[in-house]
Design a protein around this ligand. Structure first.
Ligand SMILES: [Zn+2]
Ligand SMILES: [Zn+2]
Length: 428
């Protein structure tokens, strides 16, 4: 199967700009000529590398989940915890929904992502296509933004600092396996080229279609398959629009109801952020005494303990990021609705950054889960989760869903419809 179909077309996922697919040198990137987003990379032996790395990730994942993760040593008392303890401890403390969120994002989703990738890559490595490629890939693609092992690791780091004057922290085998998992899975993601599964083949263009200076695939009647990224032409008759390669339904040229869904999710997230910051996220008691901590007072404690770089990091992740994410998405929605042509490239970049950074707000949720799981020495010290954590968790999930619901291609559509004169002069 040719990876680069010489005369195929490809649409930018961020702005829908149409490109001819050309071969690029090894390890080089092809960027969108209009918005600068990454279109594809040429990665030699991507299949070999990514299959091996995902295999290593699976082994490290299993090690990280079977051996003790960290132990808390207080005098001659030792409390051991497993990686999964966080979710279950929250559930025992009566906060099952947050426990489930921690369990899903730190254990279940990473596991399903790794297994799904191996299911796809290993058979391909040995020369045959696995059955059910489409549903498995769709699952992997929808879960990967929600597998947050890096954020979990940061939460653990913060909890170690918070607990250092309470007890000694002894890392277990699983702790080192988890660090390995973090590195290996990042390398696996970086070495994977989607063209291994779905070769970059657009439709063979009509001569006039490709030469017409079309700034969007939609203008020529093409939509991008949301599963395998193939460009699919709108069917002439009134039949169901289906991707000919992977069989997924094509839901039109843009994410359906993107603007109204993003507004609704953002509004709910903004409302939830109020109680999330007013109510305590956890209470640390020592010898029966302790005061509830909100997100911000937790940051203040970190700074007072001298851990100001970490305090700053938590402040940024749990306070600045959610607020600026909401502000950025509101800005994007308003400018799209006003059909503004203002700083199109910068707005696209802003969206990309928002989407990537948003997940790090989960660090406070993981912190609460880890602290509740680790510190359960009756009489000496205990950590109780607070209702603020539930509000905060819900707010973070909603802002992440809002970012996924927003279709960045609308930024360019609306601008193009308002300012037609910008379209004509494009060069390859
Ligand atoms: Zn683009
Ligand atoms: Zn498809």
């Amino acid at each position: 199967m040719p990876v680069y179909a010489a005369d195929g077309l490809l649409a930018c996922h961020a702005c829908d700009c149409l490109h001819r697919i050309v071969a690029v040198p090894a390890r080089a990137k092809a960027l969108c000529r209009r918005c600068g987003a990454l279109l594809y990379r040429n990665m030699p032996r991507s299949l070999d590398h990514s299959a091996a790395l995902y295999l290593a990730a699976l082994i490290l994942f299993l090690l990280a989940n079977t051996f003790p993760f960290v132990a808390l040593q207080y005098g001659d008392r030792i409390e051991q915890s497993l990686l999964v303890s966080g979710g279950f401890a929250l559930q025992r403390a009566g906060m099952g929904e947050i426990g489930l969120l921690v369990f899903l994002t730190s254990v279940v989703f990473p596991f399903l992502t790794i297994c799904g990738m191996l299911y796809l890559l290993l058979p391909l490595r040995f020369g045959y296509r696995p059955p059910w490629m489409t549903p498995v890939w769709r699952l992997v693609r929808s879960l990967s933004p929600w597998s947050l092992i890096g954020v979990f690791m940061l939460g653990l780091l913060v909890s170690v600092v918070k607990l250092q004057d309470l007890a000694a922290i002894v890392p277990g085998v699983a702790f080192y396996a988890f660090i390995g998992l973090l590195v290996v899975s990042a390398a696996a993601v970086a070495s994977f080229d989607p063209a291994v599964l779905w070769p970059r083949m657009g439709p063979v263009p009509d001569n006039d279609a490709a030469s017409a200076a079309a700034d969007s695939a939609a203008a020529l009647g093409y939509a991008v398959c949301s599963t395998c990224d193939l460009l699919v032409r709108r069917p002439a008759a009134d039949v169901r629009w289906v991707c000919p390669r992977c069989g997924s339904a094509v839901h039109g040229m843009r994410v359906p109801n993107s603007i109204s869904r993003t507004w609704a999710l953002l509004g709910s997230a903004a409302l939830l952020l109020v109680p999330a910051n007013l109510y305590p996220v956890m209470t640390v008691t020592r010898f029966g005494q302790g005061e509830p901590n909100t997100i911000l007072s937790g940051v203040v404690h970190l700074v007072q303990d001298g851990a100001w770089p970490l305090g700053l990091l938590v402040f940024f992740a749990s306070f600045i990021v959610p607020l600026s994410k909401i502000a950025v998405l509101v800005l994007l929605l308003v400018t799209v609705q006003r059909e503004s042509a203002w700083r199109l490239r910068d707005r696209t970049l802003l969206y990309r950054v928002t989407e990537v950074v948003g997940a790090w707000s989960m660090v406070d949720i993981f912190l609460v889960g880890i602290m509740v799981a680790l510190v359960r020495m009756d009489g000496l010290a205990t950590v109780y989760p607070g209702i603020g954590a539930s509000f905060f968790g819900a707010a973070v999930v909603l802002t992440m869903m809002a970012a996924h619901a927003f279709d960045p291609r609308l930024v360019w559509d609306r601008a193009a419809s308002g300012h037609q004169e910008q379209g004509g002069q494009r060069h390859e």
